[in-house]
Each structure stands twice: as structure tokens, then as C-alpha cells.
Write a protein that binds this ligand. Structure first.
Ligand SMILES: Nc1ncnc2c1ncn2[C@@H]1O[C@H](COP(=O)(O)OP(=O)(O)OP(=O)(O)O)[C@@H](O)[C@H]1O
Ligand SMILES: [Mg+2]
Length: 415
């Protein structure tokens, strides 16, 4: 009832706290039912701060006396049903054999559960290049956090949503429906406000996969720390204040070998240790490439690890072999490239044309990648800086950039 009155007046918990003289925490505890019988004086302060009519005020005071069990609220009913089953879990399956990410996984769990001021949104971001394992990591962390966010763990893959202006409305509508809204409001602003109001009084974990930029996330940032947002993004969300931003690179060689062994079986990997290391290196120690290469071998019990190493030896054809079932490194890279703007695409093409994996700024003089272009490609996780002050573009990225006249394929065509 308290929440209904507050939301219908467009007040945040902080506004109500300031107007009533109660603490934000006291108000939050009342709204989520943790405190069921406030002191009558507190209830009177709240009624005054909300400017309730006599009847609504009497109802609120009676509800406060009776522990919130009675009677029906007279405020407009919140548009999200209160009867939604608690703990709706939309998370995809956990990756049981996740390797090499224990430290960052702990860091993200800590970031989303540590004590923060009640009015600060909890946000953590995982970024990295194509196939670096962003999805697997956020899913793992989300599973670890299920108990801390018992009112639901929602999951949206933004690759499946339309690009352009309808995207925000589609995302907000999707999340509101997951929280039980039957008829989400039409306007994007109203949807965002209603979603934030709901997330502010529940303990929900929202996982967004394949986010393009800040615009996808900003409307969801609440003025409350009860819920949390865990995001896998193609680039860091630099203008948002995140409790943690984790950037995924290649696995260590040891973890890469471990991942291969867990896919093909320990005995097969142990039988040919040198070939296993060669395959791990040929796969750039990239989780997606390793998973695909391992699966190739699993599907061919009569082939040896050294056959796979030979198959992947030639860098010019390697990418063609890294596709199995619904996993394809090329498709992942193209999806990643499809999020670039025109300037970044031009910069990427000019770098790809230089030839060779390493390059320095002097190689770029007069090219679109000079200056800001390189910075933007670094942020988009398509280049890596090297210790000698130069840059690296991996051959799997270069191979997908194609010729100067080939358009980079839009994401819809990749899927
Ligand atoms: N640390 C890891 N240990 C074991 N397997 C992993 C690890 N990281 C990712 N994988 C596996 O590698 C594959 C690709 O990972 P994932 O989909 O998480 O990458 P991504 O960065 O999200 O890729 P995309 O660019 O396509 O979004 C999946 O099959 C996943 O299970
Ligand atoms: Mg992903």
C-alpha cells in the first residue's frame, strides 16, 4: 500500500524519506514487508508526507496497526501484479566446466553484494572481444547470486532484440512482463519508471547479454540498491558508474589446455601434450575457438590431437575450420563488428589492410585509424595494446574484416 501511494505520486524512496523524516532504509523495509508493523507515529509521518486524503490516511494507519494484512489499498493499484511467483529464474544453464575465471567471478560476486548506500544502483560489467567468454561468465556469476536476489533472476540477450529506437521499449517491456506486468505502458519513459519502481522494492538480478552501449543500460539504473544489474557488453560502459568492470582476454595457456582437455577428455589430451598446447595456441587461447576445436575432435573419435593441430596450422584457412554445430567464431566476430559505427568500420578496415599482426601508430599516418580510430577499436576490444607501445589485431578479426569493398555484415544476417 505504501509503495502504491509513493509510486503513484512519482516519489522515490529518498523523496519520501526527506519529506517524512524517516530513513530510506525504514521505508524500504516497510515496502518489501520486512517491517510489518511500523510505529503509529511513523505511519502518521508517512501519511502526511504523501498528502493522503482522510480515507486513504485512515486505511494506511489501520494497515500499519494490523501488520499490513488489511485492508485493500485505495491508491491506484500498481500495474505489476503482486501475485507474481517469487524467484522466477530465466538464467540459461550454467557452464559446468568453466576454467580460468575464478578470480573475476569472485570479484563480480563481491561487487554486486557489498554494502553500498541504499540509493546507489548495483551494476557490474563484463566486457571482452568476440568469443572471449562474456556470456559464460555472467551466467556463472548470476547462478552464484541466485540466493542473494530471491525475487527473480531475469535474463535478456539483446542480440535478439530489434536495433534502433524500438530496442529500449522492447527491452523494458520484456523485463516488465517477466515481473508480471500484463499491460506495460506505451511510452518508453513510463516503462522505465515503472520498471525502476519495481526493481527498487524487490531483490531482483537482471542479466543483460550482448549490450552495445550505455543507452541499453541507463534506463534500468534504479535509485535503490535492492536489485542488481549484471551486464555483458562488447565495450566498457565508460559513462556509467559500475561497481566493477571486468575485461576478458585470452585464457592463460594452462587454462586453455585445461579447457581443451575438459572437452575432449583428459586421457586424449594427456596422450599428446605437445599437440594439445599447439591447438591451444592456434585457438588464440580464446574460449569459443577452444570449445569449437575440442568439439571437432569429440565428433571424430578416430582422429588425433595432432591431426587437429595440423588442420589449424595455416592461419589463412584456420577460421574456416572453427565452426561446429551452432558455434562459429566467424559469426561471433561478425556480430561484434556489426555494432561498430561508420568511423570505427573505416578505422578497422584501414588497420586490416596494413597486413601483419602488429602495427604501430607510425603505420597509420594518413589512415582513418590514426588517432581516435585506434582508441575506439581498443575500447571495442578488437585491438590489444602490446608492451612495446604497439598494437595487435588478431588474425581472426582481420579475416572477418574482408576487402575494402565488402560491407561488414549486419547482425541480422549473421544470425
Ligand atoms: N572460461 C571458460 N571455460 C570453459 N568454457 C568456456 C569459458 N568461457 C567460455 N566458454 C565456452 O566457450 C563458448 C563461447 O563462450 P561465450 O558464448 O561465453 O563467449 P562470448 O564472449 O559471449 O561470445 P560472443 O562474442 O559470441 O557473445 C561457449 O561454449 C562457452 O561455454
Ligand atoms: Mg556472448
Amino acid at each position: 500500500m505504501l509503495r502504491g501511494h509513493r509510486v503513484s505520486r512519482g516519489m522515490t524512496q529518498e523523496d519520501l524519506a526527506a519529506a517524512s523524516g524517516l530513513s530510506v532504509r525504514a521505508i524500504r523495509n516497510l515496502e518489501i514487508g520486512r517491517t510489518r508493523q511500523p510505529h503509529p507515529q511513523s505511519a502518521r509521518l508517512l501519511a502526511g508526507a504523501l498528502g493522503l486524503t482522510d480515507q486513504a490516511c485512515a486505511d494506511l494507519l489501520r494497515a500499519a496497526r494490523q501488520g499490513g494484512r488489511q485492508p485493500r489499498p485505495t491508491a491506484p493499484a500498481p500495474r505489476v501484479s503482486a501475485e507474481v511467483p517469487r524467484g522466477r529464474c530465466e538464467l540459461p544453464a550454467d557452464v559446468p566446466d568453466l576454467v580460468g575465471r575464478a578470480e573475476v567471478s569472485d570479484q563480480l560476486v563481491r561487487a554486486l553484494t557489498e554494502r553500498v548506500p541504499a540509493s546507489v544502483a548495483r551494476l557490474a560489467v563484463v566486457t571482452g572481444g568476440p568469443g572471449s567468454g562474456r556470456t559464460a561468465l555472467v551466467v556463472r556469476v548470476a547462478h552464484r547470486l541466485r540466493r542473494q536476489f530471491p525475487d527473480g533472476q531475469l535474463h535478456v540477450d539483446l542480440r535478439g532484440l530489434p536495433a534502433g529506437p524500438q530496442r529500449a521499449a522492447a527491452l523494458l517491456g520484456r523485463l516488465l512482463r517477466s515481473l508480471g506486468a500484463v499491460n506495460p505502458p506505451e511510452s518508453v519513459d513510463e516503462r522505465a519508471a515503472l520498471l525502476r519502481a519495481e526493481l527498487s522494492v524487490r531483490r531482483v538480478l537482471v542479466v543483460l547479454d550482448d549490450v552495445d552501449g550505455e543507452a541499453d543500460v541507463r534506463p534500468l539504473l534504479t535509485g535503490s540498491s535492492t536489485s542488481a544489474l549484471l551486464v555483458a557488453a562488447r565495450r566498457p560502459l565508460v559513462t556509467l558508474k559500475a561497481a566493477a568492470t571486468v575485461k576478458l582476454g585470452p585464457l592463460s595457456e594452462r587454462a586453455a589446455v585445461h579447457l581443451l582437455a575438459s572437452v575432449v577428455g583428459d586421457s586424449r589430451a594427456a596422450a599428446e601434450p605437445a599437440a594439445t598446447v599447439a591447438v591451444a595456441r592456434a585457438c588464440w587461447r580464446l574460449p569459443l575457438a577452444l570449445r569449437i576445436a575440442g568439439s571437432w575432435l569429440v565428433a571424430r573419435p578416430y582422429r588425433r590431437m595432432s591431426d587437429l593441430a595440423t588442420l589449424l596450422r595455416d592461419e589463412r584457412t584456420r577460421l574456416d575450420h572453427l565452426s561446429v554445430g551452432d558455434l562459429s567464431l566467424r559469426a561471433s566476430v561478425l556480430a561484434h563488428l556489426s555494432g561498430l559505427d561508420a568511423t570505427e568500420r573505416a578505422a578497422l578496415r584501414s588497420v586490416a589492410r596494413i597486413g601483419g599482426v602488429h602495427f604501430g601508430l607510425c603505420d597509420l599516418v594518413g589512415l582513418p585509424a590514426a588517432g581516435d580510430g585506434v582508441e575506439r577499436l581498443l575500447l571495442a576490444n578488437l585491438l590489444t595494446p602490446t608492451p612495446d607501445g604497439r598494437y595487435r589485431m588478431e588474425s581472426y578479426v582481420r579475416a572477418c574484416v574482408g576487402d575494402r569493398d565488402t560491407p561488414l555484415v549486419p547482425v541480422a544476417a549473421v544470425r
